[in-house]
Design a protein around this ligand. Structure first.
Ligand SMILES: Cc1cc2nc3c(=O)[nH]c(=O)nc-3n(C[C@H](O)[C@H](O)[C@H](O)COP(=O)(O)OP(=O)(O)OC[C@H]3O[C@@H](n4cnc5c(N)ncnc54)[C@H](O)[C@@H]3O)c2cc1C
Length: 263
């Protein structure tokens, strides 16, 4: 497969996927030599094409590896150190950043008080589950892209048409976000672990924030308290820094973790 991605200023990013070669463990060419890339381009397209002015060239392999555990005593894994998978769907960095967001506040809490050590175990479980989902999806997408048979081509053409349908597109986008409980919980439907949407807040003298994401920048847990409603009981027992804000976006109170997910 050949991917051509325009930068918009006359330059292009060209990605060459020699799927058949990767399946048999082929060796990529040297990174500073355009010869192997041109040879690959000819082999994939079947045409005698040459590369113009090349600014940068690099090669990579489609790895598929997952750490059995994300935590061993004081060692905690995140990002590609924990999970590497094919770049289909562009999720590697996103997943690693989500790891870091989930890990940061937990580490701060555990360092401040060893009683919060279990938060790190919860990180290891939650993020490994999220990475499992990402790896299943990227693996499936790679197989979908790579099948050389005619039926594979027909499936791709049909699949691209289906992927344009708004409900399918929304589901795919949520899955590609690679976060726990993908999709934002809104209104009455709030799931623990789901991403919280950026709801408007009612500023008070003690909390001037106008939006949830703004309040989350404090690095605290945010207690969303409806105008007419009782506090979330977990807010009273939270040993971690907590910021209480008022909102009319929910009828019930909720606590949002510093990484933007519902407790
Ligand atoms: C072709 C391609 C396209 C991609 N496209 C996307 C995309 O569109 N979207 C997306 O989300 N992701 C994409 N990814 C994946 C993304 O690039 C990686 O998931 C991400 O860069 C991983 O970041 P990281 O910080 O976890 O690891 P790395 O970027 O590997 O960083 C680890 C760092 O640690 C350093 N290091 C290693 N060992 C040591 C040591 N012993 N001591 C000190 N330092 C050390 C390394 O030098 C490196 O700088 C793509 C990947 C590829 C190959």
């Amino acid at each position: 497969m050949v991917l051509l991605l325009p930068f918009g200023d006359g330059r292009w990013r060209l990605v060459l996927y020699p799927y058949r070669q990767l399946a048999t463990g082929g060796t990529p060419g040297a990174a500073d030599d355009t010869g192997p890339a041109e040879e690959l381009l000819r082999r994939i397209t079947g045409r005698d094409l040459a590369l113009g002015e090349v600014e940068w060239i690099s090669h990579y392999r489609c790895e598929h590896r997952h750490a059995a555990r994300y935590r061993h005593h004081r060692v905690v894994l995140a990002g590609d150190a924990a999970h590497v998978h094919p770049p289909t769907g562009g999720q590697g960095l996103n997943t690693g950043i989500a790891d870091a967001m989930s890990l940061g506040w937990r580490l701060a809490a555990a360092v401040a008080d060893p009683a919060h050590d279990r938060l790190l175990d919860a990180y290891a479980e939650e993020r490994r589950r999220a990475a499992c989902r990402v790896m299943r999806l990227t693996g499936a997408m790679l197989r979908f892209n790579a099948t050389p048979a005619l039926w594979g081509h027909a499936l791709r053409v049909a699949g691209l048409g289906v992927a344009r349908l708004p409900p399918v597109r929304r589901r795919l986008a949520a899955a590609l976000a690679g976060l726990p409980g993908s999709g934002a919980s809104t209104g009455a439907r709030v799931r623990s672990g789901a991403r919280a949407p950026d709801v408007p807040l009612l500023p008070t003298p003690r909390s001037p924030h106008r939006r949830l994401f703004e309040a989350l920048r404090t690095g605290h847990h945010v207690h969303l308290l409806p105008v007419c409603g009782t506090p979330d009981p977990r807010a009273a027992t939270s040993a971690l820094p907590l910021l209480t804000v008022r909102t009319d976006a929910y009828r019930q109170a909720h606590v949002v973790r510093p990484d933007g997910h519902f407790l």
